[in-house]
Design a protein around this ligand. Structure first.
Ligand code: NAP
Length: 259
């Protein structure tokens, strides 16, 4: 399927690894020029060069922490008149509901709610003026079904979800769609970090912890960043203009719910 994206320009935040990288690569394969971002310059530049070599698109890299005001200013400047915005950042640390103080919540809100909102506010007005735009926010299955140890994520992402639900319907008339992709368990560094914690607590090897978690999913395996990226590219495509303010689970059937 031709996604109709050749020559478009996308800012993909937090995209040197994992799900963000999956989105960047799928958009590049569809002919989209990219602004890629991560804090670590080395992995970012290596992945950007691999994308240039493989797909022949233009890639600009911005090595910065996108959750800071300075970082946001840098990616916004590099994005220019971007047609597509993929919001992403690292997820908050796990813990118990009694662990977190105000500062912990502020950090989680900054990273997983207020950063995507700041970038939406900066880039969507231009998209509306030009009559076309796509925003995809990488959130989490924790929006649909809370994950006990990820209370900071449950809270901050629910806030973003509420903002998107209202905002998406106010910008849709100008050709701009805003939707959320909700990853379940995907094989990335983030999943490894969480599995390592479980392995330590339960006296298992990393492989055993992984296999145990994969067995809890109807599909019996972790998702891949390629599958995730393909879904993101479709949401950004010309074919997805009627999908507004939705929360789309990519979870291998992990969330046991009818709707
Ligand atoms: P990952 O494999 O750890 O990759 C994270 C990427 O984001 C890296 O490129 C990292 O590079 C970059 N990054 C992290 N913090 C950043 C920041 N402050 N500014 C700029 N770049 C930043 O993580 P992932 O698994 O792809 O997860 C992506 C998001 O999906 C996270 O919010 C995670 O909580 C959520 N999620 C993941 C899963 C899963 O199973 N993987 C499930 C549900 C939700 P640097 O470290 O160099 O900055």
């Amino acid at each position: 399927m031709d996604l109709g994206l050749k020559g478009k320009r996308a800012l993909v935040c937090a995209s040197s690894k994992g799900l963000g990288l999956g989105c960047a690569r799928a958009l590049a394969e569809a002919g989209v020029d990219l602004v890629m971002n991560a804090r670590g310059a080395e992995a970012l530049e290596a992945e950007a060069q691999a994308i240039r070599d493989e797909f022949g698109v233009q890639v600009t890299t911005v090595a910065c922490d996108v959750t800071t005001e300075e970082g946001q200013a840098q990616v916004i400047e590099a994005a220019g008149a971007a047609d597509i915005l993929v919001n992403n950042a690292g997820g908050p640390p796990p813990g118990m509901w009694t662990d977190w103080e105000r500062e912990d919540f502020i950090k989680a809100l900054d990273a997983n709610m207020l950063t995507p909102i700041a970038l939406i506010k900066a880039l969507v007005p231009g998209m509306m003026e030009r009559g076309w735009g796509r925003v995809v926010n990488i959130t989490s299955q924790s929006v649909k079904a809370p994950i006990a140890v990820l209370g900071l994520s449950n809270s901050a992402r629910a806030g973003l979800t509420g903002y998107v639900a209202g905002t998406a319907r106010q910008v849709a008339g100008k050709g701009v769609t805003i939707n959320n992709l909700l990853p379940g368990i995907h094989a990335t560094d983030r999943a490894d970090a969480l599995d390592r914690g479980v392995a330590e607590r339960e006296g298992l090897s990393l492989e055993e912890a992984r296999a145990k978690r994969a067995a809890t999913l109807p599909v019996g395996r972790y998702g891949t960043k390629e599958e995730f990226g393909a879904a993101c590219a479709f949401l950004c495509s010309q074919h997805a203009g009627f999908i507004i303010g939705q929360n789309i689970l990519l979870d291998g059937g992990g969330v046991n719910a009818t709707l």
